[in-house]
Design a protein around this ligand. Structure first.
Ligand code: ADP
Ligand code: C5P
Length: 244
């Protein structure tokens, strides 16, 4: 009966019966665009939920002896610089509610700390951040929400010079040389093209409090839908869409 509203199918979230899966957020953007800053702001606002942050940087491959000898010629901005299989294995475990040991990466010596790991526990929300987290379709496929942090190139370079000289043991000349040879070309070849996969683009990174507030509201809605399903299993939750 087309005159009756009941005759029309309603979009229903039928995931209520499934065991609760963490909400996975990918945060992508150029180097020093403010990814970590945005993630910290989201985590701070979601203080009443269990949230963990996984850095793609933790999965940088260790260098071979030959690569170590020519480290200034090594392209740390190419997708092959990461052990994506290991990243995927860790993310699958976390998604299935298991804790994982994530490697710790030492930017000063370009290597993994061989004896220590960071334990990441199962959580309600998993945030994966990195310059190339949207590059591999298998990694992208794990994400419920994709955020791209969009900051002007001059701001990124200025912040990178300051950060790398203070925190990562570099001098200004080496930062500028690496930027021209590898960081900028890889941004144009791999990072920028992956912006099209984003659900939300945040201009100005951590300065954009309105965008961060909206994102946090959306995450809360998604987590709340699941909690409602648990308390009132006979109540259907109509799915909503999200746009900025
Ligand atoms: P990413 O994770 O994308 O590399 P970060 O969030 O670590 O970027 O920021 C890179 C550097 O820039 C850090 O030293 C950080 O303190 C600084 N920074 C980030 N966002 C801002 C901002 N909005 N204003 C000033 N400095 C910032
Ligand atoms: O934190 P951020 O997103 O800036 O980290 C990624 C950057 O780290 C890359 O652009 C890469 O050039 C740099 N990097 C480095 N030395 C390493 C590993 C990564 O300069 N040993």
């Amino acid at each position: 009966d087309p005159s009756s509203a009941k005759a029309f199918p309603m979009p229903i979230d039928d995931s209520c019966d499934a065991p609760r899966q963490p909400f996975v957020i990918g945060v992508c953007g150029g180097s020093a665009s403010g990814k970590t800053t945005v993630c910290d702001m989201i985590i701070q606002q979601l203080h009443d939920h269990r949230v963990v942050l996984v850095y793609q940087d933790s999965f940088y491959r260790g260098l071979t002896a030959e690569e170590s000898d020519y480290v200034h010629d090594y392209n740390f901005d190419h997708p092959d610089a990461f052990d994506t299989e290991q990243l995927l294995a860790c993310m699958h475990k976390l998604k299935n509610g298991q804790s994982v040991n994530v490697p710790i990466y030492d930017f000063k010596n370009h290597r993994r700390c061989s004896e220590s790991f960071r334990k990441v526990n199962a959580s309600d929300v998993i945030i994966l951040e990195g310059i190339l987290v949207f590059h591999d379709p298998r990694v992208r496929g794990l994400m419920d929400m994709k955020i791209f942090v969009d900051t002007d190139a001059d701001m990124r370079l200025a912040r990178r010079i300051r950060r790398d000289t203070i925190e990562r043991g570099r001098d200004v000349n080496s930062v500028l040389e690496q930027y021209g040879r590898f960081v900028k070309p890889a941004f144009e070849d791999f990072v920028l093209p992956s912006k099209k996969y984003a659900d939300v683009i945040i201009p100005r990174g951590g300065d954009n409090h309105v965008a961060v507030d909206l994102i946090v509201q959306h995450i809360r809605t998604k987590l709340g839908q699941h909690d409602l399903c648990k308390i009132y299993p006979n109540v259907y939750v109509i799915q909503s869409t999200f746009q900025i």
